[in-house]
Write a protein that binds this ligand. Structure first.
Ligand SMILES: Cc1ncc(COP(=O)(O)O)c(C=O)c1O
Length: 251
């Protein structure tokens, strides 16, 4: 078989698997434990966080590990809405991944208004549509960087600048770009950026959300103190290590 669909998923590379193995076998402690067998794994998680941060030019404290790109997207949208309780409007596009579109559809049922920007025959957005769609009621613009079906790249830097000028939070689903096209979150002034490991040689079931420092963020999964109280749930140390390692091998 010649596999040509790395937009659907990528294989776990041998180096990534090798780096993960100890955390399935001998180092299986819980990082939240008060004793060393578990707590020593905290530094392992922090190393992976630095590696993922480096992939996108972020600071490690701006990275939250999640279970997938879907969770990252849902968390970002949820955080922006929680931060703006008086604003009930979201701008997105008609060609987003279902993890954005179906969440927006659910939000419409809760009374939010959602604008789904159309794309033209080339799959491109009309910039004027975006500028027109943003109102004083808009809490968030959520637009992808690369489309999972067509590979079309949206002009993220320009979008981020418009959002910044208009004072609206901007979330970017960068799941299809990370590991393929260089990303530096300092250049487009975006607020949230979603990643998922399985698109760049980590296993399925590990994702990350970048949240710019000082951008509002709230947990989507309420639970323990993991991820600085921002994402409850015992950390999947092996997959987190795999995510960090895949960043190293894919560049
Ligand atoms: C653009 C885009 N966003 C989000 C996702 C969801 O990622 P995950 O499968 O890790 O939930 C995908 C997965 O195909 C995707 O292509």
């Amino acid at each position: 078989m010649i596999y040509l669909d790395h937009n659907a998923t990528t294989p776990v590379l041998p180096e990534v698997l090798e780096a993960m193995m100890p955390y399935f076998t001998s180092e299986w402690g819980n990082p939240s434990s008060t004793y060393k067998f578990g707590s020593k794994l905290k530094s392992v998680i922090e190393t992976a966080r630095e590696q993922v941060a480096e992939l996108i030019g972020a600071q490690s404290r701006e990275i939250i590990f999640t279970s997938c790109g879907t969770e990252s997207n849902n968390t970002a949208i949820h955080a922006a809405l929680q931060a703006n309780p008086g604003k009930r409007h979201i701008v997105t596009s008609a060609v987003e991944h279902s993890s954005v579109l179906n969440y927006c559809l659910a939000l419409e049922k809760e009374g939010y208004r959602v604008t789904y920007l159309p794309v033209d025959r080339e799959g491109l957005l009309k910039f004027a549509d975006l500028e027109e769609a943003i109102t004083d009621e808009t809490a968030l613009v959520s637009l992808m960087w690369a489309n999972n079906e067509t590979g079309i790249l949206f002009p993220v830097t320009e979008i981020a600048q418009v959002c910044r000028t208009r004072g609206v939070l901007f979330h970017c689903d960068a799941v299809q770009v990370a590991g393929k096209v260089p990303i530096n979150v300092r250049t487009p002034p975006l607020d949230y950026l979603s990643l998922t490991g399985h698109k760049f040689h980590a296993p399925k079931g590990i994702g990350a959300l970048y949240v710019r420092r000082h951008t509002p963020v709230k947990p989507y999964l309420h639970g323990g103190h993991q991820e600085r109280n921002l994402r409850g749930g015992t950390e999947n140390v092996a997959l987190i290590v795999g995510n960090g390692q895949s960043r190293r091998v894919s560049h």
